[in-house]
Design a protein around this ligand. Structure first.
Ligand SMILES: [Zn+2]
Length: 641
């Protein structure tokens, strides 16, 4: 039975370029796990999008003197380019600025309100009389009333680390003083405003219970930042609306000029993107595959993941977002309950007659299964920083290196348990000593040797004549499917890749012992057994490496004579709704084969047939010159977009 797997990846803010730390922090680990489950024949839905609302985006627009819509789209289109280039196979990478996301977020808000988890409260906030608007927390800076630091934000002091009460800030000024006129002598004033609060304290017992049930398989770093923190500090109500005009309006009369705050709204994106994916017509893709269009509208397909307690939801993000994914979002899901679907759209029976939720029962939204948050990646010993231009930028790195070389280093160096460091000398060494020497050369020398000496065919050996050493090697590789699977399912990706690389080493040792290069001169039939065994092992390793190194595994797959690919294709589509148009990145899965709804299971040991026609091979990876290290270090801080 295929499982339903949701891969949910944190939504990047539309105010900064994607760097290697972002890629290894969430997008790449999510993609590796998604690809693994697709190879296993599971039904994967991988979603994310651009967080287009909120203060950071309006600040960026003010700074650039451009309409905020233009600014968010510029970053959004750049994200799509990066993810396509690195092979991050989103079924849908969309944006929060869509009609659908507005509706879903507002339905979530109304469901929480209906269930009694929202209350309103008045507070004092800084207001700019000259620009006629309230200034959100990040817009206002001043002197910290606790430590005297002059550059404190109105809600938090980065010097002493205290959370501040905005109204107590000394000498407040707007952060973008050169944009807003009150900096030129105009004064900010405190005005009363009213906001909605999510009563997290009411949901605290449910959130704790939810976390306790998952504590065993969740990372200790994540439990430390969630369950243990809640046990010592409790959960407090949080305001979930802001005085803003760029965002999703509070869907109530009398609340004009107020929007949902981004960190209640952005997490709703995991649900709204699944719904948008369901609604997007697949007509074009179906026509290209010459499939009948009879089944869809798939407008209820999202229920297979979201109203299905057996589906597994994985949330990938950096350590700074643990609270939102382990506490805030589960609290929203539990608090909204069955009312969400009732308010948003009552479920329709599925076209296959197998409605995901039984008749007469409401739709309970599925809770996260795992939240494998990563720590941070630094660069050459320093924090990656956009303002100092200290970063290896996603788009820039792709202009000089192959995506699999980058994916390899970002996986072996993934900050799973503690912060890691991108080091150019290590990048070159790992590429040359591991990726090229251990795996790439193995595949290439065996394939090239076979192609030359057996005229482009897999040697026609009788499988029953394989020797004990051959069978031993194949058994070791077959076992690898279990050990690598176990690591992937627990989201220990460094270890999973390490296991696969160990198996490549075992094949190299086998070849050192059997030495087909000299064996062939004495007895070609014996050498044929060795080469056949090695090709079978390489064919299996190709699958084990595929989630990590999809581009080169696909090439190798083709060299080995297969005519259907391992993976589907990424493509970009323009979508139109009442808010305008936006581009989305999508993934077209392989056409289903076999019985209805069943994908082919590629995650299994090789069954390569003797006598199979091969295709002309060429090396999978490039060796890098040592001079790359100094060139790249000299380039740091100088990238121009
Ligand atoms: Zn302070």
């Amino acid at each position: 039975m295929p499982e339903n797997i949701l891969i949910a990846i944190a939504w990047p803010y539309a105010n900064a370029e994607i760097h290697v730390g972002n890629i290894t922090g969430s997008h790449l680990p999510g993609d590796i796990v998604a690809r693994y489950h697709r190879l296993k024949g599971n039904k994967v839905l991988m979603v994310s999008g651009t967080d287009s609302h909120g203060t950071p985006v309006t600040i960026a627009a003010d700074r650039e003197g451009k309409p905020v819509e233009e600014v968010y789209k510029k970053y959004h289109d750049g994200f799509i380019e990066v993810f396509k280039g690195y092979g991050i196979t989103y079924d849908l990478f969309t944006t929060t600025h869509t009609e659908n996301h507005f509706k879903v977020s507002q339905a979530m808000f109304l469901a929480l309100k209906q269930n009694g988890f929202l209350f309103t409260q008045k507070s004092m906030q800084w207001y700019s009389p000259s620009s006629g608007r309230f200034l959100p927390d990040r817009y206002v800076e001043g002197t910290c009333y606790i430590c005297g630091f002059e550059g404190a934000r109105s809600d938090q002091c980065d010097n002493c680390g205290n959370v501040l009460e905005p109204e107590k800030l000394i000498n407040p000024r707007s952060k973008e003083g050169d944009v807003l006129s009150e900096s030129k002598g105009g004064a900010l004033e405190l005005r009363e405003t009213e906001h909605f609060y999510l009563d997290l304290s009411k949901l605290e017992p449910d959130v704790k219970q939810f976390l306790r049930e998952r504590a065993e398989h969740m990372r200790d770093t994540v439990i430390g930042e969630s369950l243990r923190k809640i046990e010592s500090e409790g959960l407090k109500p949080r305001s979930i609306t802001r005085d803003l005009d760029w965002g999703i309006p509070v869907p109530l009369e009398g609340w004009e000029g107020k929007c949902l705050y981004v960190w209640i709204e952005a997490v709703v994106g995991y649900l709204s993107a699944a719904i948008e994916w369901s609604q997007l017509s697949d007509v074009k893709a179906r026509a290209e595959r010459s499939e009948p269009d009879s089944e869809r509208s798939r407008s209820d397909a999202w229920l297979e993941w979201w109203a299905n307690p057996a589906s597994k939801h994985f949330y990938f993000q950096g350590k700074d977002n643990i609270f939102f994914h382990t506490s805030m979002w589960p609290a929203e899901l539990m608090g909204a309950g069955e009312q969400f679907a009732e308010i948003f759209a009552p479920p329709q029976p599925s076209p296959h007659g197998k409605a995901p939720s039984p008749e007469g029962e409401g739709v309970k939204l599925t809770l996260p299964y795992d939240v494998p948050a990563n720590q941070f990646m630094n660069l050459e010993g320093q924090k990656i920083s956009g303002s100092r231009n200290w970063g290896v930028w996603g788009r820039d790195a792709l202009t000089r290196y192959d995506p699999d070389a980058l994916r390899y280093y970002l996986t072996v160096n993934m900050p799973e348990a503690k912060d890691s460091d991108w080091n150019w000398a290590e990048f070159v060494a790992r590429n040359n000593n591991e990726l090229v020497a251990t795996w790439g050369n193995l595949a290439n020398r065996v394939l090239a040797f076979c192609y030359k000496n057996w005229e482009g065919y897999v040697p026609s050996v009788d499988i029953n004549t394989l020797r004990p050493a051959d069978l031993d090697l194949l058994a070791v590789i077959e076992n690898g499917f279990k050990s690598v699977s176990a690591e992937l399912e627990a989201v220990r990706l460094r270890s999973a890749l390490g296991e696969a690389m160990k198996l490549a080493t075992a094949v190299n040792q086998y070849l050192d012992q059997t030495s087909p290069w000299s064996e062939i001169k004495k007895d070609k039939a014996e050498a044929a057994k060795t080469i056949y065994t090695a090709l079978r092992a390489i064919d299996s390793l190709k699958v084990l490496f595929a989630p990590f190194l999809p581009f080169t595994s696909e090439k190798l797959h083709q060299y080995l004579g297969y005519d259907t690919p391992l993976f589907g294709e990424q493509y970009i589509e323009e979508v139109e709704d009442s808010l305008g148009t936006h581009n989305v990145l999508r993934y077209r899965p392989l056409a289903l084969s076999g019985t209805e709804g069943q994908a082919e299971v590629a995650w299994k040991p090789s069954e390569l047939k003797p006598g199979t026609k091969l295709n002309q091979p060429s090396p999978l990876f490039k060796k890098l010159e040592e001079s790359v290290v100094e060139e790249e270090r000299a380039r740091l801080g100088k990238w121009k977009k």
